[in-house]
Design a protein around this ligand. Structure first.
Ligand code: ATP
Length: 233
């Protein structure tokens, strides 16, 4: 395990909010471990996993928003410090992070907001709607991931270089606008791999919480004979 610890972690940021968005199709221990480490590192008391409602970048999800939300709630049930934010699912329509952050900002006021994304997502940030405006609303926390390297197109590279800060406390000093990279434990788990195992009737046990696997089995999600109604949003 290699955890970067270049500074003393800040004290609990009671007034800060962190958002970890993803498809969570299904949620797995890679997501959960990253969330646990980043929330601890940022010392935020309000850390939210936020399932995308209808993703703009993918043609489909495999389980419906309803099931993805239910699986996240089961996974996080034992942990009071990690919660589910269902605003994209409730909002309906295509989910754009810029709209989500605007709504979060409206709710929380002038406190630091951290948008946590994996390195793979960060590499394509310039394809997100109104991507430059994201920095008016949140800080970006880039979580490094086992199979991805930083590979930014020039306009994004310039933006990241300009906004990168060395110390987390530099982020906390303002509500938005900075970028920090945080290394998380390398767990080579992906939702794709879990879906593939289920589709081949293999068990992905121990890659995800047992409660989530039971839910998948009960509802026959991702299985070769699973309900196809769940596969297209
Ligand atoms: P898929 O295989 O369907 O693409 P995924 O496993 O990458 O899914 P997502 O829900 O798309 O999961 O990811 C949400 C966020 O979690 C992304 O920012 C991604 O980089 C991060 N993430 C996914 N898997 C891991 C992991 N094993 N370790 C750390 N971060 C992860």
């Amino acid at each position: 395990m290699s955890l970067k610890a270049p500074e003393t972690p800040p004290r609990i940021q009671n007034r800060a909010v962190a958002i970890f968005g993803g498809t969570f199709d299904p949620v797995h221990h890679g997501h959960l471990r990253a969330a646990a480490e980043v929330s601890e590192w940022l010392k935020v008391s309000d850390f939210r996993l936020l399932p995308v409602g209808t993703p703009p970048h993918r043609t489909q999800t495999y389980a419906s928003a309803f099931h993805r939300l239910a699986m996240l709630e089961l996974a996080l049930a034992p942990f009071q410090d990690l919660t589910v934010d269902d605003r994209e699912v409730r909002r309906g329509g295509t989910s754009y992070m810029i709209d989500t952050l605007r709504s979060v900002r409206e709710e929380v006021g002038d406190v630091p907001v951290f948008l946590c994304v994996g390195q793979d997502a960060a590499n394509a940030l310039n394809t997100w709607k109104e991507w430059r405006s994201l920095f008016d609303l949140a800080h970006l926390v880039i979580m490094t991931r086992p199979d991805s390297v930083s590979q930014y197109p020039p306009e994004l590279e310039a933006c990241i270089t300009e906004r990168l800060v060395e110390r987390t406390r530099d982020l906390v000093a303002s509500p938005a606008g900075g970028i920090r990279s945080v290394e998380v434990t390398q767990l080579a788990i992906s939702s794709t791999n879990i879906r593939n195992q289920l589709a081949q009737s293999h068990s992905p046990r121990f890659l995800l919480p047992a409660t989530v696997l039971s839910y998948i089995e009960k509802h026959q999600l991702y299985s070769p004979n699973g309900p196809q109604a769940d596969t297209v949003e």
